[in-house]
Write a protein that binds this ligand. Structure first.
Ligand code: ZN
Length: 267
């Protein structure tokens, strides 16, 4: 039987192997071949992925050092700029599954080795405990107010963990056990800025595979309070109108979608 071509998602750390485009300006491609595109070890484990939109089987694995391969490794975040949206989303899923696999080699209850039960679940070989990939939900919120001159503004913050020092983004934080998403939005805003908000509305969500999150976006209106930043989390926060926005997150993020949506609503 002729062996079938497979689309490969090969990771080294948080970088993924991409092939150079055939022509300048074309999107980068993931390797497609019958055999893995790098040298593999006897212990290399393959993670099955859903079929691609074109019906091609897809598979992922990790290597420890960037091996000789045609193409180059680029950061998963950066791959957003180079891959089609479908390939970028699948790369995120692949990364999350490999991360999950690595962290669940042994049972958290009895310590025995885990074995695959299905493509996305494992079972303990001793006590039978089952595990699935965990997703960590986080909320992010765009807060709007009208200033004393009747201009609309949104609250932007600089979190200490932002990679770009000049950039401002939106208040965000992880959901805690036992709280609703709306309660989480209110709590994060109160903790980080001391502000009260109202009219909390769902906007959209986005898988955030860094390493295993989902960002759930909301909009809200300012309801009261003096802006006072929580120093451990934020270094600055301020209200901005559309005509004087600072540097904002790049197109990859739902933060940018929330901000762009507000910019587009200008009358
Ligand atoms: Zn066990």
């Amino acid at each position: 039987m002729e062996s079938e071509n497979i689309r490969w998602f090969v990771f080294c750390g948080d970088s993924i192997l991409l092939q150079r485009p055939a022509a300048d300006g074309d999107p980068h491609r993931l390797p497609v071949s019958a055999e893995p595109p790098t040298e593999i070890k006897p212990w290399t484990k393959f993670q099955e992925l859903p079929l691609g939109a074109d019906g091609t089987p897809q598979r992922a694995y990790s290597i420890n050092t960037p091996a000789d391969a045609e193409g180059s490794f680029v950061g998963l975040r950066e791959s957003y700029q180079r891959l089609s949206r479908a390939d970028y989303l699948m790369a995120g899923k692949a990364y999350e599954l490999l991360y999950w696999d690595k962290g669940t080699q042994y049972c958290g209850v009895c310590g025995a080795p885990m074995e695959r039960a299905t493509v996305i679940s494992k079972r303990c070989t001793h006590c039978g405990k089952e595990v699935w990939p965990q997703v960590s939900p986080a909320v992010i919120v765009r807060i709007r107010r009208t200033d004393s001159e009747g201009r609309e503004q949104i609250l932007l913050v600089h979190a200490r963990n932002f990679r770009r020092t000049e950039m401002y983004g939106l208040v965000a934080g992880f959901v805690e056990t036992g709280e609703t998403l709306e309660e989480c939005v209110q709590r994060e805003v109160m903790e980080e800025t001391h502000l009260r908000i109202k009219n909390i509305r769902y906007f959209a969500s986005q898988p955030w595979p860094y390493p295993c999150g989902i960002m759930i976006g909301f909009t809200a209106d300012y309801a009261g309070g003096e802006l006072k930043v929580q120093e451990e989390e934020l270094s600055r926060a301020a209200w901005f109108s559309r005509d004087c926005l600072p540097a904002i997150p790049d197109k990859l993020s739902i933060a940018r979608r929330l901000i762009d949506d507000w910019i587009d609503k200008a009358v």
